[in-house]
Design a protein around this ligand. Structure first.
Ligand code: HSE
Length: 308
């Protein structure tokens, strides 16, 4: 059996008002996995490209564990398989890097075995794999990376999810300052209780954001992308967060917030004229401060993970 190659995209989790329950897939970057017939019984990670800090041990690697759990489910854990992981994005960026690897792991195995399971059936194995990264069970990066588009997770435990309509022309400016934030630390700093008035404001915005997506109501989307709970607690981890947000909103972004657990930030925009203006202004800001940053524009990937 010859080898197969799959791609799983980066993702933006939370989307300001949907902590752990809302995420979208980016067109780029993304991780790749190549799966081939192995030389010994069982699954081995034969090669990791661009992931020096990553372990080849299956239980310590998000792609490895996700793939192993799928093979166990199918009763194929003895099948000789080798897997190569090609990392196209760094870890700890807030772009769902570990989730993309987990998704690529299950997709790769599933395609190699002739697609015994559907994408929705693969979801729980990918979430299990991603747990290696931060120890918590949430699908807001994995589900969009697997399915594409904007995904709402009603309940993480039962993985009850729903695809949300994506209005035309939406695109994002992604801003990745060169600092690393561990998701586990970014989660640990959050307070466990929220004030009732914040709960009311947040649920109002979340419901209105979803309604705004379904009706392509850009003004409703703009009014809704306003996080009362998570961003105020996490933004201190990201130098110049308020200044960058001010630039993006002045240039007419629909909204701006932290991508996942950070440090990347996103500006959601209604057209490419606005994204270009934000990209230029943000690059100028970092260059004036002599700070390194990676700024790029991406559309929303509607296809999710795929085989080449
Ligand atoms: N919802 C998660 C968080 C995404 O914000 O911690 C990062 O894995």
């Amino acid at each position: 059996m010859s080898g197969i190659k799959v791609f799983a995209p980066a993702s933006v989790a939370n989307l300001a008002v949907g902590y752990d329950i809302l995420g979208l897939a980016l067109e780029k970057p993304g991780d790749e996995v190549i799966v081939k017939k192995g030389e010994t019984d069982g699954l081995v990670i034969s090669k990791i490209v661009n992931g020096k800090s990553l372990s080849k041990e299956l239980h310590k690697n998000t792609a490895g564990l996700a793939a192993l759990r799928l093979l166990e489910h199918l009763g194929e854990e003895k099948m000789p398989i080798q897997m190569e992981l090609h990392k196209k994005m760094r870890l700890g960026t807030g772009l769902g890097s570990s989730a993309a690897s987990a998704v690529a792991g299950v997709m790769g195995i599933n395609e190699f075995l002739g697609k015994p399971l559907t994408k929705p059936e693969l979801l729980r194995f990918a979430v299990e794999g991603e747990q290696v990264a931060d120890g918590s069970w949430h699908a807001d990066n994995v589900a969009p990376s697997l399915f594409g588009g904007i995904i709402l997770i009603r309940d993480n435990l039962s993985l009850d999810w729903k695809r949300i309509y994506v209005p035309e022309h939406l695109s994002l400016v992604m801003i990745h300052p060169f600092i690393k934030i561990l998701t586990s630390e970014s989660r640990a700093l959050l307070k466990k209780e929220i004030a009732l008035e914040d709960m009311v404001a947040q649920t109002g915005n979340l419901a209105a954001l979803v309604a705004g997506f379904y009706t392509s109501d850009y003004n409703m989307i703009r009014r809704s992308l306003n996080d009362h709970v998570i961003e105020p607690q996490r933004k201190k981890l990201i130098p110049h967060f308020d200044a960058i947000k001010e630039i993006a909103l002045k240039e007419n972004a629909l909204g701006f917030s932290i991508s996942g657990a950070g440090p990347s930030m996103f500006a959601l925009c209604e057209n490419s004229f606005i994204t270009d203006n934000i990209m230029t202004a943000v690059q100028r800001f970092y260059s004036d401060k002599k700070l390194k940053v990676d700024v790029f524009v991406s559309g929303i990937n509607l296809r999710g993970a795929y085989k080449y």
